[in-house]
Design a protein around this ligand. Structure first.
Ligand SMILES: *Cc1c(COP(=O)(O)O)cnc(C)c1O
Length: 431
């Protein structure tokens, strides 16, 4: 490992910026939203991440969700060691794919058949194609503030009103590519009803994060998912749960199990790879049987079902299934929230916390947050100061107000207490 330690972080950053836009392979890593120099990571273990200069941080990013057991848990590392020598990719079917597919389908009733892909983006893009192919309809519905990866038809925000045309959120997404995407406010069942009534018989699918985890953490309002399910059934719309964050994170039976609502299709990612790059999409048999080569809807992937990624996913899911991990993870998260709530009150910080089981976020909005508009009302300048303060105290938070915190099982009570002591110190300076 020592060859990766290099005090000259600035020099690495300079080389990175020479070759990769912003010096990164995913925009959030550039730390633009927090106005800090990005951290360059050398290694990580358990709850800790170490940068190339040898500084160690308590990590609440945990790769944005996959690392429920913390970094490099021995049982995943051992699994990878054992299988790496047998070949890292073949271009043929392996028993590992079948094993992971059986585990996922066994935990998720609506997922009767599935396909492995390499990322969440691929999973959502492919699920939407299947829904369109099966229904023969073009339009799709998404909710503002929900993120489903970076495929063209999903990079859209609402226009001036519910029934006006959406607006691309990135150049390069030409209007024709989002013309069939309808955008609805999250947690607003009345707006959805109106939108679907105005587009009767034209909507192929509705995609939703059952717990919004890409605008901080915004849980579904009471009855919201049930109403979404009813409306989709009534209109013959394929309901897609994007469980790329929530799948096997909230519970072994994912958000569908927690809320008692089964979609028609589902997308997974992050957690099911055990820390390696994986995605999957699946759903009702009659839908998935339309996928090539069984049916006419094309989707493929040279590295899909990668044996090492499958083994890491299997190792992770085995632990998730066999041990009392979720209660422990929820307890950790609730402890963190209760501690932070106390400190918000102690220091009079204009902030509130949001938690759904083991998904947590601190919003710099004194009002409880339940919608995209309320998320957008957060004081991002204050978050920036909080982030920098915490970083100086040795705690790594997501470099954006709009990401969830991901404590892991490696975050022991002592580590959580150390974190709360840092929050106490930093809050005292925010006033
Ligand atoms: C992360 C995420 C994606 C995209 O997954 P990638 O692997 O980054 O392509 C899609 N949907 C949700 C809900 C996500 O959190």
């Amino acid at each position: 490992m020592s060859e990766y330690l290099n005090n000259d972080q600035a020099e690495i950053l300079k080389r990175a910026r020479q070759l990769m836009p912003g010096g990164v392979n995913s925009p959030v890593r550039a730390f633009g939203a927090v106005d800090c120099e990005p951290v360059i990571v050398a290694s990580a273990k358990g709850a800790y991440i170490t940068d190339v200069a040898g500084r160690r941080y308590i990590d609440y990013v945990c790769s944005y969700g996959p690392l429920i057991f913390g970094h490099a848990p021995e049982f995943v590392v051992d699994e990878l060691r054992e299988f790496a020598g047998r070949g890292t990719t073949y271009g043929f079917t392996t028993p590992h794919e079948v094993e992971l597919a059986e585990m996922i389908a066994g935990a998720y009733p609506a997922c009767e058949m599935l396909r492995m892909v390499n990322s969440g983006t691929e999973a959502t893009m492919s699920a939407i194609r299947v829904a369109r192919g099966c229904t023969g309809r073009d339009k799709i519905v998404k909710f503002e503030g929900c993120y489903h990866g970076h495929s063209d038809s999903l990079l859209v925000k609402s226009g001036s009103g519910l029934l006006t045309q959406g607006v691309p959120t990135s150049p390069g997404v030409v209007p024709a590519l989002i013309a069939e995407t309808l955008v609805c406010p999250y947690n607003d069942a009345a707006a959805l009803e109106q939108l679907l009534a105005a587009n009767r018989g034209q909507v192929a699918c509705l995609i939703v994060e059952p717990v919004a985890g890409n605008m901080g953490v915004v849980p579904p309002a009471e009855g919201f998912l049930q109403r979404v399910r009813e409306l989709c059934t009534e209109h013959g719309i394929v309901l897609i749960f994007d469980e790329v964050i929530t799948g096997f994170r909230l519970d072994y039976h994912s958000a569908a199990g927690v809320f008692g609502v089964q979609p028609d299709m589902v997308c997974f990612g992050k957690i099911i790879g055990g820390g390696l790059p994986v995605g999957a999409y699946g759903g009702k048999r009659e839908l998935m049987e339309q996928v090539s080569p069984l049916g006419p809807i094309y989707q493929g992937g040279t590295l899909s079902g990668n044996p090492l990624a499958m083994r890491a996913g299997i190792a992770a899911l085995r632990r998730l299934r066999d041990e009392e991990v979720y209660p422990a993870l929820i307890e950790n998260t609730a402890y963190l929230q209760a501690g932070i709530d106390k400190l918000i009150a102690k220091h009079g910080v204009p902030a509130s916390t949001s938690r759904c089981l083991d998904m947590f976020c601190l919003f710099f909005n004194p009002q409880p947050v339940g919608s995209y508009a309320e998320v957008m009302a957060c004081d991002t300048a204050l978050y920036r100061r909080f982030f920098a303060g915490m970083l100086a105290e040795g705690v790594m938070l997501a470099p954006s107000q709009f990401e969830a915190w991901f404590p892991s099982l490696a975050h022991t009570r002592a580590i959580l207490d150390e974190t709360l002591a840092a929050v106490d110190k930093v809050f005292a300076k925010l006033g």
